[in-house]
Design a protein. Sequence first.
Length: 675
Amino acid sequence: MIEMNNGVPRLTRRAVLTAGAAVAGLAAVAGPVMARTAPNAHTLADFFERSGVRHVCLSPSGDKVAILRELNEAGSRRAVVDIIDAANPSAPPTRRPIGDIDCEAMVWAKPDSLLVWVALKVTIKPNNSSAQSLIATGGGEITSRRVISINPSTGAAVVLFENQRQRLRATRNLGGLIDFLHDDPDHVLMIAPTAIGVLALHKVNVLTGAAEQIERGSNNTYWWATAGGVPVLRYDINSIGSVISIYVRTPGDRNWKFARRVRVEEAPDFAYIGEAGRAGAVLVASREDGEDVMSIRELDLATLSVGPPIASRPGADVTGGVLDRREHYLGAAYFRDRLEYDFATPELAPHHRAMNRFFADECNVAFADIDAAKNRILTYVTGPREPGAWYLYDRAARSFVNLAPRTTLVAERLGKAEAVSVRTRDGAEIRAYLTAPPGGTPGPLVVLPHGGPELRDVLDWDRQVQILASQGWWVLQPNFRGSGGYGLGFAGQGWKRWGDRMQEDIEDAVDQVVAAKGLDRNRIAIMGSSYGGYAALMGAVRRPDLYKAAISICGVGDLPDILAWERRNDDTPNDEVYGFWVKRIGDPTVDRAAIEAGSPRRRVSEIRCPVILVHGANDPVVPVYQSRQMNAALRGAGKTVDYVEVPDAGHGDWEDDVEQGLMGRYIALLNRVFA
């Protein structure tokens, strides 16, 4: 049970199951695809096929494994849960049918209760309310989420909140699981809105489905965290969803007190980990004043003081914690190039090393669940050539079994990735990841800078990367200065350097890998999402001699305009969000010349290559007008540009059919410029 970031799924009892955005159909974004794949490579369609496995979980005692599957037989869809004997995984499972319903995730609450998250999709007419929502809409498809409790022995099932019919009819999402009550295993803590829309905390019986409200949040509350089943942290979010205010209280106290504010996405400096092992304290990951990296330490709930680091590494932010069945801390998680753990329980370390050796140290082996005896460990494994699979490790039996792959992709038909140390023009060193096409033949290069910018890439599964590699192209992912994960000092080296140093680091990485691998310097393109979309456009401005195409997905085109938008929408005390971006991009009153020079929209005359712009119409992170204005500026300058606006979508959160159509569009352009 691990809470992770940086590409490793949150397979945890505390997982938040959120609704996906509605997405436009494929016809809105489809483009022609010219088939020029690498030898024996997978086709574009292969990357969007699923194995039917939705989730896997381990029973509390470790004797059983449940696998949630979606079967398609003779054109008929049905969901089932397979119960497997953990001591004999190859034996035929016991199958429990669920029905023709979209199942999303699952967790084992207690020996006789599996909780399964289901999505109910209803098509409604304009100006009418659906059976799952009393809110009138303009029509379309409405998704409601519910949790059902299934007895794995009998197959009997109940819907949670069964005794609250009005809430079941009126609420879109009843899927927020906060915690298990280990001293009261028949109940769990869940969130649901009240009649006036304020979230409340409920104690729900997993055997009967009956729910009882025990606490109500504020108007902005969206989550709680607990220690020993008692709420000790409360999360309130601002109106535009960018900043969280964290409140704390000691067990037994009724009053919440403000602790700190943190950003939702970029540059996190605080996260809840779990129980601390002593009353009145919890474990958190935090970066305190004057410190470079995120570390795990104790937070005293009464005084709000934090203790010294319990787990910390120079140059690497902690990304999560490993917890046992009762949410007790077992170790800290980090990323260097791949996932690493520092175990507080030393006997687990050699077993994790053995799991890594099993995959030739090529994959990220994340602990997903551990039985009470710490004998059987359910892991979720990903890597550059591993899209994701659940493996069961048995310490006593010395076995490591593949239970369920997520896709049908074959590692040998995917591109190998390697870590590259890049020496920059000013003598610094950055890390980059280079993926070869299957077969590794020198050829074109696609540069793929990450978003954030205070995020980072790691050696892990990236579908976009492997799709590009399957076309016979090399793919470069540079962690330029300004990236996150390496500590605040490394990130700070990119502050106010968006248009120069951060771009220079990308260019230096390109020069190095082109020379080292003998790649074709005349066939290089750049694409990216969010900040990566900005970097793609700025790359086209700075280096028209280098890039033959630029693809910007939800990217920023004008820095003064995005700063003005952040200021208009900032509802935090003292304009904290705006101040965050001023520190990183620049102050319009002092650094105006630099941020204008770093704005691709104001320099479109310098762009010579064709451009694709893609943006979600409802993007809450980078407003869609950034791409609309960039499109208008490019067209006004007589440049070649293709603009795709995805309706009913946000910051790149489109579903597979839309993503497949968009990837086809990107491939078609790159094939033309690489011809």
